[in-house]
Structures are given as structure tokens and as C-alpha cells.
Design a protein around this ligand. Structure first.
Ligand SMILES: Nc1ncnc2c1ncn2[C@@H]1O[C@H](COP(=O)(O)OP(=O)(O)OP(=O)(O)O)[C@@H](O)[C@H]1O
Ligand SMILES: [Mg+2]
Length: 511
């Protein structure tokens, strides 16, 4: 679809490809303004946003918070009517959940170690502090609005939804996601609520907890009481699952514990999620200080260099979690730093290789014990196809057809006996026979097709499992170990030959 012309003042924007779409509008790159993007609102909300965006642009918020895509300039259409705004373009970033979820981290941030995660947490706290310093409140904290770069910098988008004040006029943030909404606002309509920095402090603490704790939500755990405990209710009841308070919740097995962090971080999480600190939750600058302290207290795990953890912790929490789940949380795909010295020719010993270094490089590659190919569950029982519905009704009619067949055949015999011409009676009898001995019902052929498909599916899964790369990796490892054994045998045979040669040479010389 062709986009309508857009202008900043009299300057026409050359609209490039669309880079995103949300519930409120679309975002495009601008060819003649590199480094900037324009967001245009959907017709339903464009008019109601104009005053807020003009206030944000006049307040020059974009100049005061470089990591936030605040409205920078107003964009209008060809008739000069408000259409949206120009903001900083955030490039080569990924949404925060791609970093905090172990499986997507391995895909999108394969080199990220735990120190990278702590640095990102620190940068999130910094950018929140930057927003709060402008007098804005984020309000709708969520995973799609926090973006991370490959160098651990953080940017916030969707800034036009922030709550902003312009003198006495306050433009509210009217939406929110329950996962990041503080207990006192759970279940309330956010349309008329004035959000505070303390509300943001709750959402910030949830974000930091999820990032530092491998995507665990602080209020998700096992409820020790009766019945279900939905996440929203657990938040409303301050049931922080990892707390030293009795919250009626226990964390899921094999997860982090607060004492895996520095005492300061543990204390900040307790405060952020406790009823006693409502109104005085740890602020973004407090988190910046504590995360800086955590960053300098990190030590490297002796078993995996991507594992870093607080020096005061008793053990590496990531090794513990990996043992519990049997799956790696961090995957080191960078093998360039495995240093195996080249072999060299030694006049006395022949070709010399550093076998222990080779063995430790080979054995140091962690190989998962299995790959399971799971067939994703179907969202709901599918409706029967038209053929299946017809087969079902025919199946129901089947016995009736058989009875009718017998009846028609008797009728034919009676007709013949009553003097109806033989050819006509034979025709009637043939029809009866067809009704009686119709070929197998379509239901059977559908069932056969179903069995065939199911068996094709399961043999494909077996084939995938059999040909999984693990087999290849294990085979390569076995080949490498065999080659090392062979080398050792050759080296020892070479030694024997050499001794033999030396003996002969000496004897010949003596002779
Ligand atoms: N400054 C930016 N730089 C790069 N991409 C952006 C930027 N702003 C938004 N996007 C992209 O556009 C998408 C939609 O943007 P945004 O979240 O601001 O829209 P929205 O209509 O307000 O959505 P929501 O309904 O979630 O509030 C984002 O998910 C992101 O992919
Ligand atoms: Mg929005």
C-alpha cells in the first residue's frame, strides 16, 4: 500500500520501508533522514494524540534522554494535519525477552555471558532513571518496549504512551500489562489513574528479576494453599515466590535463590515486592548503584566461562540450574579461543603434539545427551472434514441400508413369483444386492488414511531423532579420540623403530 505524503514543517519525508506496526500505528524508516523513523497513528486515535505529542516535542524530551525514542518532531500530512511524529530510529536491537529466555539467547545473543546480562540490567535501570529525570512515567512497562543491542546498550520505544505533564495539563498512560503492574493497580481500569515513579519501580523490578533469573517471573511459583493462584492474584497479594517472608508460594524447583545475588540485590527485590515498601520502592538510581556493585562482584565459574555469579554465592547457580534441567542456559559457540598448539618435529622424539591440550579441547565441548523432537499440541480438536461428516452419517445409515437390501431382494423374489418379467425382477434383485454388499464404508478408508498419516509422522520424528546433529557430533568426537589413540600408538611405534635403528647404527659403527 502506498503511504500518504508526510512532512516535518515544509520538509517532505521520503518514506522508506515499514519497520513495525502496533495497536496504535505504523513505524517507517525515512530515506532522507537517516537515523530517524516516523510513526503515523491509525485514523481512530490520531486526533486525540496531537496535543500530547506536541507537548512532548516542545518539552524537548528527546534531547534529554538519548536512549529513549521520544517524539522529536511533529509529522503532518499534505494538508498540514497532524499525522504522527519523527523519533530516533533504533536499529539492530532485539526485544529484551530474546536475551532473557535461554533458548532465544543462544540464537540471538550466542556470545552473551552472565556479565552481559548484568550489564543490560544496569543499562535498563539507567534508561529508567533517565526517563524519570525528565518527569515522565513509563506506565505501560512491557517486553516489546525495551530493546537491547549486541553491545548491551538499551533503548526504549513506544515513548508516546508514557505519562507526561505539561504544566497543569497531564497526559496519562492509559494502558498496562498485568505482569508489570503493581499490586495496588491490579484489576483496576488504568484509563483515569495517575501513574507514579513508584508504580514504574515495581515494573522495573519485575523486568530486572526476569532478566537476572533466566526469564522467571517473581510471582510465579507453586502455591502452597488450596486452589489455583493466577499470576495477577499472586501480584495483588504480594506473593513474591522467592521471598524470605511467608508468602504462601515456593519458587519452581531448580531456580535461582535470592542468596545467589549480592545481599544488596536480594534486599532490593524483597523491598520492591513487599507490601511494606509500597510508595517507597527501590528507585531506578538505587538499582543502578546495586547492579554496578553486582557487576564488579562477579566471578567466573570454573566449569563454564559464560557462567558468572556473585562472589558471595556458595555455588554457581547456572551450573545448578543446568544440572536440574539437563539443558544448557548458555551455549558457548565460540571455539576460536580454544588454543591447541601446533605440533612440532623433535629430532629425538619425532612429531610431538600436545595431547592433553587436544583432549581437553575435545572433552570441553559440551554435548547435550539427547534432542527430543516433540510434536506440537493441536490448539483444539479440529472439526471433521466434509468427507468425514458424510462418512459418519453413512455409517449410521449402514445397518438400515443392509436391512433395506434384504427387503428389496425379497421384494424381487416376490415380484418374480407374481409374474413380473424376469429381467425386471433381476434388476430389482441386483439393486438389493448392491445395498446389502456395498463396499467398505468411506469411514474405513478415512481411518486407514489417518493411520497412514500418523505412522508417517512418527517415522519422520524417529528419523529426525536418529539423524540429529548430536549423533554426528558424537561420531566426530569418537573419530577424533580414535585418531589421538592412533597417533599415540604410532608415536610409540616410531620410538621403537628409532631405538632399533640407534642400536643397529651403533653396532655397525663399532663393526
Ligand atoms: N524508534 C523505533 N525504532 C525502530 N523500530 C521501532 C521504533 N519504534 C517502534 N518501532 C517498531 O514498531 C513497532 C510498533 O511500534 P510501537 O510499539 O511504538 O507501536 P504502537 O502502535 O504504539 O504499539 P502498542 O499498541 O504496542 O503500543 C515496534 O514493535 C517496533 O518493532
Ligand atoms: Mg503505543
Amino acid at each position: 500500500m502506498k503511504t500518504a505524503k508526510l512532512f516535518v514543517g515544509r520538509h517532505e519525508l521520503h518514506i522508506d520501508k515499514r519497520i513495525g506496526k502496533g495497536g496504535e500505528g505504523e513505524v517507517f524508516a525515512i530515506r532522507n533522514m537517516p537515523g530517524f523513523a516516523v510513526k503515523t497513528y491509525l485514523p481512530g486515535i490520531v486526533a486525540e494524540r496531537e496535543k500530547k505529542i506536541r507537548a512532548m516535542v516542545s518539552a524537548r524530551l528527546a534531547d534529554n534522554a538519548s536512549m529513549v525514542a521520544f517524539p522529536h518532531q511533529v509529522a503532518v500530512d499534505g494538508r498540514g494535519i497532524f499525522a504522527g511524529f519523527v523519533m530516533r530510529l533504533v536499529e539492530k536491537h532485539k526485544e529484551i525477552h530474546e536475551l532473557q529466555t535461554p533458548s532465544s539467547r543462544q540464537k540471538y545473543f550466542p556470545k552473551a555471558d552472565y556479565a552481559f546480562i548484568v550489564r543490560v540490567a544496569l543499562n535498563i535501570a539507567r534508561v529508567f532513571a533517565q526517563v524519570h529525570a525528565t518527569g515522565c512515567v513509563i506506565g505501560d512497562i512491557n517486553q516489546r518496549g525495551i530493546l537491547v543491542s549486541p553491545t548491551a546498550t538499551v533503548a526504549l520505544i513506544d515513548a508516546d504512551s508514557f505519562q507526561v505533564s505539561d504544566g497543569a495539563q497531564r497526559y496519562l498512560c492509559v494502558v498496562g500489562v498485568p505482569e508489570y503492574t503493581p499490586p495496588e493497580l491490579q484489576g483496576k481500569s488504568l484509563k483515569a489513574i495517575v501513574r507514579t515513579i513508584d508504580h514504574d519501580a515495581f515494573g522495573l523490578a519485575v523486568c530486572l528479576f526476569q532478566l537476572l533469573c533466566m526469564d522467571r517471573h517473581p510471582f510465579s511459583g507453586r502455591f502452597t494453599g488450596h486452589g489455583d493462584m493466577p499470576l495477577e492474584k499472586a501480584i495483588a497479594d504480594y506473593r513474591f515466590a522467592y521471598s524470605s517472608r511467608n508468602t504462601g508460594m515456593v519458587p519452581p524447583p531448580g531456580t535461582v535463590r535470592l542468596h545467589d545475588f549480592t545481599p544488596k540485590i536480594a534486599q532490593l527485590f524483597e523491598s520492591a515486592f513487599s507490601p511494606n515498601h509500597m510508595g517507597k520502592r527501590p528507585s531506578a538510581p538505587t538499582w543502578v548503584e546495586a547492579l554496578g556493585e553486582l557487576e564488579s562482584a562477579l566471578r567466573v565459574c570454573s566449569r563454564n566461562k559464560l557462567h558468572r555469579y556473585a562472589r558471595n554465592a556458595m555455588e554457581c547457580p547456572w551450573c545448578r540450574m543446568e544440572n536440574e534441567y539437563g539443558r544448557p542456559l548458555f551455549l558457548d559457540t565460540d571455539l576460536t579461543n580454544v588454543h591447541v598448539p601446533n605440533g612440532r618435529l623433535d629430532p629425538a622424539a619425532g612429531f610431538v603434539l600436545d595431547i592433553p591440550a587436544l583432549l581437553s579441547a575435545i572433552n570441553g565441548v559440551s554435548i547435550p545427551s539427547s534432542i527430543s523432537v516433540t510434536i506440537p499440541p493441536v490448539a483444539g480438536a479440529p472439526l471433521p472434514s466434509q468427507a468425514a461428516s458424510e462418512a459418519l452419517s453413512q455409517k449410521r445409515l449402514g445397518p438400515l441400508a443392509k436391512i433395506a437390501g434384504v427387503g428389496v431382494m425379497f421384494g424381487a423374489a416376490y415380484a418374480f413369483a407374481s409374474g413380473v418379467p424376469g429381467i425386471v425382477a433381476l434388476g430389482i434383485a441386483a439393486f438389493g444386492g448392491w445395498l446389502l454388499f456395498r463396499s467398505s464404508s468411506p469411514a474405513e478408508s478415512l481411518l486407514a488414511e489417518h493411520r497412514k498419516t500418523a505412522s508417517a509422522l512418527s517415522s519422520r520424528v524417529e528419523q529426525l531423532q536418529r539423524s540429529s546433529p548430536i549423533e554426528q557430533v558424537l561420531r566426530k568426537k569418537a573419530e577424533a579420540l580414535d585418531a589421538i589413540d592412533e597417533f599415540k600408538q604410532l608415536a610409540s611405534a616410531f620410538g621403537n623403530v628409532r631405538n632399533e635403528y640407534e642400536k643397529h647404527r651403533r653396532q655397525k659403527q663399532l663393526a
